[in-house]
Design a protein around this ligand. Structure first.
Ligand code: OOB
Length: 554
């Protein structure tokens, strides 16, 4: 791929011409853009409340004005349209204002989560060739200015740091300003609007380029399926940068239709329930463990939750029994959501019968989502059997940014994305997730790559070998367990956990459990793939969990 004039890799997401025509003709891709729809809402819904976070409230007109100020301010710093800007903010108004500002300035947001630490942030900055970093003074007790300093030492291409709150030596988000006439015209709808991050099933997270046309289609269609309209009040309880609360239908779907977005600083019932009562929240998206907690707490809460119409549950498998419990305890509709940042999203429909809502993970958004279910050799399985889920369609990417080897692994020559999930398809196209083929741990919706953590453990001088596996967990769904063969004297489990944390990784990636073993018990045949090894260790753990030399857990 040839480089841009500034030496960077261009951002591209390209579908074959015939499909582009088909997606346009079908009305999926309408040539809309992020700045375009925000402008329209600022005109049509000017005085309606668009965004609520803590005590701050912004109407659509104010969202337009503030995002213009931030966008123009970033250009005034010296950034130019097309530059990539790493954004690390929590569930605060500044996240939405900044991202909308970036869209309006033709700058490309690169999303990260507040939980990410130096190693991850450096990786995103390098991989995206970012020129700036926008973050907050602090969030949940962590000082991001320290992280910003470390990042700038490691990645000198980060020319600007902008901080919400006390900025110290950096640029204050509040003080940004510039001439709104400097903002560019609307972008090409087929151009890349932002970079989302992958769950990272192998190694480090990959960057996912999503276009205006494809992403807007996904949340516009999701609005229809999820009953979001101008009267809706959508609560963001999960991290706002994650694809689920962003676009399924998420805060972007809500803004697209002129509804109200309410940001909860965290997902606890103590934080969210008062907001549901105060703002009259109608929809929320949660991961399964939170949904179960909420349902329990709802039974005895003093808050009025009667406005809540739909609770969406996704990100990890909701077992049928858990779904039944939710159904019994909740006074609102349950909707299962099975999606991925790479594209495909499945929903149970609001008028689906009970057995579908309780026992399936829904069906795709689009009639043009081409779903293939294949065996290990890539041949279609008989209808109703489980197999690998492959997909292509009007909002599923055809390639990651700047990652040829991941692209060779993750996409077929026909452009199907290999999701890594094992599913079964029922009549009507409903999918039941059976598990997955790739080695990652889905810890309450947070995806952890086994390989990435093994790599960090192996860097420890007292570790000879390590294998990280997922273990079923009653609360989290899955937790991570690291099997470790010591080199010489065994170090303590806490020391290895600290090691991983101090390597600059998000806390959710620290193994929940460390188990020392003398050997991995590979057979005389010798060579075993790491996948097979992990599967065996997992089985062994589950069979003999009492006998295994188990070290402390959390
Ligand atoms: C969502 O997106 P990601 O990119 O964090 O993770 C995608 C993966 C899927 O490939 C699958 O393994 C798992 O998360 N997953 C589910 C699930 N929803 C996601 N596994 C079982 N049941 C479900 N309902 O997690 C995401 C993106 C958009 C909407 C919803 C979730």
């Amino acid at each position: 791929m040839s480089l841009q004039h500034d030496g960077r890799l261009p951002l591209r997401q390209v579908w074959p011409d015939a499909l582009v025509e088909r997606y346009r003709a079908a009305g999926y891709w309408r040539g809309e853009t992020f700045p375009g729809f925000l402008r329209e809402r600022a005109r049509d819904c000017a005085d309606d409340v668009a965004l609520v976070a803590g005590e701050s409230r912004y109407t659509y007109a104010e969202l337009w004005r503030e995002s213009g100020r931030i966008g123009a301010g970033l250009l005034a710093l010296g950034l130019v349209p097309g530059d990539r800007v790493l954004v690390q903010l929590g569930n605060v108004a500044e996240f939405v204002l900044t991202v909308c500002g970036l869209f309006r300035a033709g700058l490309i947001p690169v999303y990260s989560l507040p939980a990410h630490r130096l190693t991850e942030i450096v990786h995103f900055a390098r991989k995206s060739e970012a020129s700036a970093y926008v973050t907050a003074e602090r969030y949940e007790g962590f000082d991001y200015r320290t992280l910003a300093r470390e990042l700038r030492t490691e990645v000198t291409a980060i020319a600007h740091v902008v901080v919400a709150g006390a900025a110290e030596e950096f640029n204050a988000l509040d003080a940004l300003g510039g001439d709104e006439d400097s903002l560019p015209g609307d972008p090409d709808p087929q151009s890349v609007a932002f970079l989302q991050i992958s769950g990272g099933s192998t190694g480090l997270s990959k960057l996912i380029p999503r276009t205006h046309d494809d992403y807007i289609y996904s949340f516009r269609a999701s609005n229809e399926i999820c009953g979001i309209d101008r009267d809706s009040v959508y609560l963001v309880a999960l991290p706002v940068a994650h694809n689920f609360p962003a676009s399924s239908p998420g805060w972007l779907g809500a803004l697209y239709t002129g509804a109200r977005v309410v940001l909860s600083p965290g997902p606890s019932t103590a934080q969210a329930f008062p907001l549901i009562e105060r703002e009259g929240v109608t929809s929320v998206g949660l991961v399964p463990p939170l949904a179960l907690l909420w349902a329990d707490a709802a039974a005895s809460t003093q808050y009025d939750l009667s406005s809540l119409q739909v609770m969406q549950v996704g990100g990890a498998k909701l077992l049928p029994e858990a779904a039944r419990r939710l159904r019994e305890k909740l006074d609102c509709q349950l909707q299962q959501v099975f999606g991925m940042a790479e594209g495909l999203v499945n929903y149970t429909r609001l008028d689906d019968p009970d057995d579908i809502v309780l026992e399936t993970q829904g069906r795709p958004i689009s009639a043009d989502d081409e779903v293939l279910i294949v065996d290990d050799q890539g041949n279609p399985v008989p209808e109703g059997s489980a197999g690998h889920l492959l997909v292509r369609g009007p909002y599923t990417i055809r390639g990651y940014h700047n990652d040829d080897s991941a692209n060779a692994r993750s996409f077929t020559v026909d452009g199907f994305y290999r999701t890594g999930d094992m599913v079964q398809r029922l009549e009507g196209g409903y999918l039941v997730v059976q598990g997955r083929a790739t080695d990652h741990i889905n810890r309450a919706g947070e995806k952890i790559s086994a390989e990435e953590i093994e790599d960090h453990l192996l860097a420890h001088p007292a570790v000879f070998d390590a294998a990280v596996v997922s273990i079923p967990d009653a609360y989290l769904g899955e937790r991570s367990c690291a099997f470790v063969i010591a080199r010489g004297e065994r170090s303590r489990a806490v020391e290895l956990k600290r090691w991983v944390r101090e390597r600059g990784l998000a806390a959710f990636k620290v193994p929940d459990q460390v188990v020392f073993v003398d050997a991995f018990g590979t057979t005389a045949v010798g060579k075993v793939s790491r996948r097979e090894l992990r599967a065996r260790l997992r089985e062994r753990f589950l069979d003999e969990s009492d006998a295994v030399d188990r070290q402390e857990t959390r």
